[in-house]
Design a protein. Structure first.
Length: 277
């Protein structure tokens, strides 16, 4: 049927199994089919055989499909975590979107606004290097993701530091970020080799370990395997286990639940029938 959000003469139909804003296919007056609105726009621009008014009308319909252009550079749109470039190219990462925006001459201030208003609400904090940003998980403020100036996303601080070390990152940035590990609960210990850190997990007496090159070992078993692979002696491993136990905390015992005895059966009252006189 004819679609009011498309140019005059265009029709659309809902793809089976799709919602109304996400799964419409289109047909132009010449009879050419398009799988969705973005495909149609990409074709219209490439072939240069449509009027500007037709392209503008089709582009305006993106807003009804759930795309937004708020706080974005001119021509850009976003829907959830997917960006749409001025040439209607789907861009699936902020890193790629930011690179394209810079290539198009968009300012640092514009790009900063893109980050701050994205779905993860990135922001700069005083303890971060210049142009680095952080996103805190809603409801779990201590869970932080990091983003470098290029828009590259890291799930945690050790991952960011490992990437910098492996890719000849700016040493000044590495030295700036390393102390933040202590703020996030990582600690040194005399019984660990130089440069190693440990962190207590949320469970009692469970630990993670971090190497000087920021490789994470997710539990004590993995760290002991690392010791064996690197020719630590059995005595050294036993000493490590002994020292680690000094960090253990007492697990509070749960209050015993009082046992409930069997519920006595209650016999129904028996109503005696009156005797006959």
């Amino acid at each position: 049927k004819e679609d009011e959000t498309a140019p005059k003469g265009w029709t659309s139909a809902l793809n089976e199994g799709s919602d109304i804003n996400n799964g419409r296919r289109y047909k132009d007056p010449r009879g050419k089919y398009f799988f969705n609105r973005v495909d149609a726009l990409r074709y219209m621009v490439k072939e240069n055989c449509y009027e500007e008014e037709e392209i503008a009308a089709m582009k305006a319909g993106l807003l009804t499909d759930g795309w937004s252009n708020e706080y974005l550079p001119e021509g850009w749109m976003v829907k959830k975590k997917t960006y749409l470039s001025p040439t209607f190219e789907n861009v699936y990462s902020m890193e790629q979107a930011i690179r394209m925006m810079r290539e198009n001459g968009n300012s640092d201030e514009q790009i900063k606004k893109v980050k701050e208003t994205s779905i993860l609400k990135w922001k700069w904090e005083e303890n971060l290097p210049e142009d680095w940003m952080v996103s805190r998980m809603e409801g779990k403020d201590w869970v932080k993701r990091y983003m470098d100036p290029s828009g590259k996303f890291f799930l945690c601080l050790p991952q960011a530091l490992k990437f910098l070390c492996q890719n000849d990152g700016d040493q000044a940035v590495i030295e700036h970020l390393k102390p933040l590990l202590l703020e996030e609960g990582w600690s040194s210990a005399d019984f660990l080799p130089s440069g190693w850190l440990y962190k207590r997990k949320t469970e009692y007496n469970r630990f993670m370990f971090l190497s000087p090159r920021f490789d994470r070992l997710k539990n004590t078993k993995y760290y002991i395997n690392h010791m064996k692979e690197n020719n630590f002696t059995k005595e050294e491993i036993r000493e490590f286990e002994k020292q680690l136990k000094t960090l253990y905390c007492l697990i509070p015992k749960a209050e015993p639940v009082p046992k409930v005895g069997p519920v006595p059966k209650i016999k129904p009252d028996v109503i005696m029938a009156p005797s006959k006189i």
